[in-house]
Design a protein around this ligand. Structure first.
Ligand SMILES: NC(=O)c1ccc[n+]([C@@H]2O[C@H](COP(=O)([O-])OP(=O)(O)OC[C@H]3O[C@@H](n4cnc5c(N)ncnc54)[C@H](OP(=O)(O)O)[C@@H]3O)[C@@H](O)[C@H]2O)c1
Length: 802
């Protein structure tokens, strides 16, 4: 091998390649096997203040990462050579644009080669316009915190650092913090009263303090008992609408809501399906329908919802838990993410309530200016939820897997199911029972199937994976069953024992994923939510019953980080995973076999690290690859069982700050307050600057500039390239809804990410909205006319349209 002639950065060392390395074969073996040190490489390159970086090849993964690097400054230019898959430009336009930008950045272009195939002619150009624009450089306000967050949101290179466990820490009593505004300022409250009497005591106390209070009780049907007392049926969406319509009409929309329907008498453990469904109605669905009703009334004033529950969180370890109520925590996380005007908080009470003192504490919590989002009261102590990092260095030799062990995977033909099956086959030549609902071709038909279907066919890929498992020495039993069906799951266990003689471990991975299974709260239907609850709530209850009394080496539930962070469009998914986490806490109190719920970060089964647009889009650069997931799985099984482990590839606290405490939204609000000269200059973008060309574009751009803190946004600038992300997107759509009085979903921003495209969507929406209004006014006009006049008018209209 010869020494390199052109200097380059090594992905192995993250610095300039040395001749001794480039000519050493073992260096190239390390190049194949070791971590890619891309961030360090960028650090080296970005030391030069005017470096131009060009990504050569398909995708824009590397340029995205380079743009997000904390050391990238406005002087660095980052370009891609091919358009993003979702960009609407032609490839040639994109390439030429990049070439132009390279030239603008003083890169020497070999024009003679560029024009080789062309015959150029001279054309006169217009003279240079002097635009009299100021280019004075003002000092920028870039807080340390912003760069800390950016830094923390990198994927940690060592998998051992990806693990966390939930914990609670004693929080200072609120009265010591002296932040709470006693309820002395008159405001409007709405209290959903509970069967334990906390709600009615709160109503009394608030009324004594001169507050305006609306009481809502659960009953069979809607009734307005007096001006301030309503009853509604918790499972009737229409009742919430009627309630809100009535309050809106009477100008009585509340500013604080206390939702106590998840406070129930502690009457023993009842984790059966019927009781669980009842709890969803009073908790999850009640909050969902209530929020939807606020959305329908277009309420945009600030609103606080305090969701009070009891025995949902395991704080002291002594509680008799009610996991069936835990789904209420899903909306508590997602409502504030999807509705920038609503802040939602959860306060969980223990088995004992402290009478009047508790009422004062709750009122103080709900009037506190800096609330904790997930809080618990146990006795008179106040606890705040935290997550502690734990390093999992577990070695493969300490594994709980056994050679030739029998392992059942629900959702076993899914992406993660098959990935873990492969590891089990490879490491211990396992006997695998893979369970799914969809019928799979019989084994004898596999060859024919592969012949008749192309490589991309999902079944073909699964068949090839199954064949590979068997080649690795595994025995595979495929069973058709719905995990939520008790008889079918009993049948699965019996078949397993009949065929393999035992069952040593279970992985519960059955789930309904894919875009149709998710939706923003405003559009979320019961059918959509029930899809999530089917395998993770009902399915888990069935699984627990079917496995009762069976000693296993492990039982891992595939939960999701959405249970901790929520996520746009994830209200039901987050709730279903929260149920799984809570059920394991309760299960482990009374069972010898300790189960573990693993809240996985997103997995990525496609190449590259580009952000996938759409609902549930997450930072794909943080996603787990199948190889990394397998390693994390191996570490989990090489460690003593923990009840709940969170796997977050990036710093979890930084993500909680962003998603639960919504700090990036606060940053956006801060940037709005920054004076114009201190805003960030427009970054180097792929698109040339084009100013707004109509009023709608101007409004869109004004809102973007304020929220992004960018001085000048052009009509063709991409929101996400300007540093926008989903949470800011929520604020953008909410403000646009207010500005244009029309419905606009976050999806619209993903599909039309430039001000020009978004303005077109808005213009179309306004035209559609105007159409029925125009029609209604025409009809009203027609009603006023005599038959003869109406005939004449219609004839004139027809003549005009012909
Ligand atoms: N993928 C990720 O990024 C990610 C991240 C965090 C957590 N997780 C969790 O990891 C698990 C697996 O995810 P995945 O990406 O592998 O999902 P996937 O590819 O969609 O596979 C899920 C499998 O579950 C089966 N299934 C669904 N409902 C079922 C039911 N009622 N009974 C039996 N089988 C059922 C599905 O097959 P049928 O429809 O044929 O039954 C499917 O094969 C899920 O619990 C998910 O929430 C995934």
């Amino acid at each position: 091998m010869k020494s390199p002639k052109i200097p380059y950065i090594s992905n192995v060392t993250g610095t300039w390649i040395k001749a001794t390395e480039a000519t050493d074969p073992s260096y190239w073996a390390r190049h194949l096997r070791q971590t890619v040190r891309f961030a360090e490489g960028l650090h080296e390159l970005l030391k030069e203040s005017e470096r131009v970086l060009l990504e050569v090849g398909p995708g824009q993964t590397l340029s995205t990462l380079a743009r997000r690097h904390p050391e990238k400054t406005a002087g660095h230019v980052v370009l891609s050579s091919l358009r993003h898959v979702h960009d609407q430009y032609s490839d040639v336009t994109f390439l030429l644009n990049t070439l132009g930008r390279l030239w603008l950045s003083s890169v020497e272009v070999d024009w003679s080669r560029f024009y080789l195939a062309e015959r150029a002619v001279r054309v006169p150009l217009p003279t240079y316009p002097f635009e009299r624009q100021r280019y004075w450089i003002e000092p920028q306000k870039q807080t340390g915190d912003v760069s800390r967050h950016r830094m923390d949101l990198y994927k940690k290179p060592n998998i051992a650092d990806w693990f966390y466990v939930p914990s609670w820490k004693r929080a200072a009593p609120l009265q010591l913090l002296k932040r709470a505004e006693p309820a002395d300022q008159k405001s409007r409250w709405m209290v959903f009263t509970d069967a334990c009497g906390i709600g009615s005591q709160m109503v009394d106390r608030l009324e004594q303090a001169g507050q305006d209070v609306i009481t809502v009780m659960a009953a069979e049907q809607f009734a307005k008992l007096d001006e301030r007392v309503y009853q509604i049926n918790p499972r009737e969406r229409d009742d919430y609408d009627t309630l809100l319509q009535d309050l809106h009409a009477g100008n009585k929309i509340p500013t604080t809501i206390v939702h106590l329907w998840s406070v129930t008498p502690s009457d023993g453990k009842r984790s059966d399906v019927e009781f669980t469904e009842k709890s969803q109605e009073l908790g999850f669905y009640s909050l969902l329908f209530l929020t939807q009703a606020f959305g329908k009334q277009n309420v945009t004033d600030s609103l606080r919802i305090g969701v009070i529950s009891n025995n949902v969180q395991e704080v002291t370890g002594e509680e008799e838990l009610s996991p069936e109520k835990a789904t209420v925590l899903g909306p508590c996380k997602v409502i504030s993410q999807e509705y920038p005007n609503i802040s939602c908080h959860s306060i969980d009470l223990g088995p004992e309530f402290l009478g009047e003192k508790l009422i004062d504490q709750l009122i103080a919590e709900l009037t506190d200016n800096h609330p904790e989002y997930f809080l618990a009261y146990r006795g008179s102590h106040r606890w705040a939820q935290t997550f502690e990092a734990v390093r999992l260095d577990g070695q493969a030799r300490d594994t709980r897997l056994r050679e030739g062990g029998v392992y059942l995977i629900t959702g076993g033909l899914g992406r993660i199911g098959l990935t873990l099956a492969e590891y089990l086959a490879q490491s211990v030549r396992a006997k695998l029972v893979l369970v799914g609902r969809t019928a799979f071709p019989e084994r004898h038909a596999w060859k024919e199937w592969l012949k008749r279907h192309d490589d991309e066919d999902q079944r073909s890929r699964q068949i090839r994976k199954l064949q590979a498992l068997e080649e690795l020495g595994a025995e595979v039993l495929l069973l058709n069953a719905d995990v939520a069906n008790h008889e079918q799951m009993q049948g699965v266990i019996s078949r397993t024992v009949e065929q393999f003689g035992n069952l040593h471990g279970v992985i519960h991975g059955a789930a309904t994923l894919g875009e149709k299974a998710f939706g923003h709260i405003q559009e979320a239907s019961e059918t959509q939510c029930e899809q999530q609850f089917h395998s993770k709530v009902r399915g888990l209850l069935v699984l627990e019953k079917a496995l009762r009394g069976r000693e296993l080496d492990f039982c891992l539930l595939m939960s999701s980080l959405a249970a901790v962070l929520g996520g746009l469009g994830y209200v039901a998914y987050s709730a279903a995973n929260l149920f799984m986490d809570a059920l394991v806490h309760q299960h482990n109190k009374t069972n010898r076999t300790q189960w573990t719920s693993v809240d996985w970060d997103g997995w990525r089964f496609w190449e590259g690290t580009e952000q996938k647009p759409g609902i549930g889009a997450s930072v794909a650069a943080l996603a787990i690859t199948p190889k990394e997931g397998t390693e994390a799985f191996q570490r989990l099984l090489a460690t003593a069982p923990a009840t709940q482990v969170i796997v977050s590839t990036g710093n979890l606290q930084a993500r909680i700050d962003q998603w639960i405490k919504l700090e990036s939204s606060e940053e956006a609000e801060q940037s709005e307050k920054i004076d114009a000269p201190s805003l960030y200059p427009r970054p180097a973008l792929q698109s040339a600057y084009v100013g707004p060309r109509n009023e709608i574009e101007q409004t869109v751009i004004d809102i973007w500039q304020k929220l992004l803190g960018v001085e000048q946004v052009g009509a063709y600038d991409n929101f996400f390239e300007l540093g926008g992300h989903s949470l800011l997107g929520v604020q953008v759509t909410s403000r646009l809804r207010n500005a244009f009085h029309m419905e606009l979903s976050l999806r619209a921003l993903f599909e039309a990410p430039t001000a020009a495209d978004l303005a077109e969507v808005i213009a179309q929406g306004l035209a559609e909205k105007a159409e029925p209004e125009k029609m209604a006014s025409m009809l009203a006009e027609l009603e006023e006319l005599s038959d003869e006049e109406a005939q004449q008018l219609l004839a004139a209209e027809m003549l005009q349209s012909n």
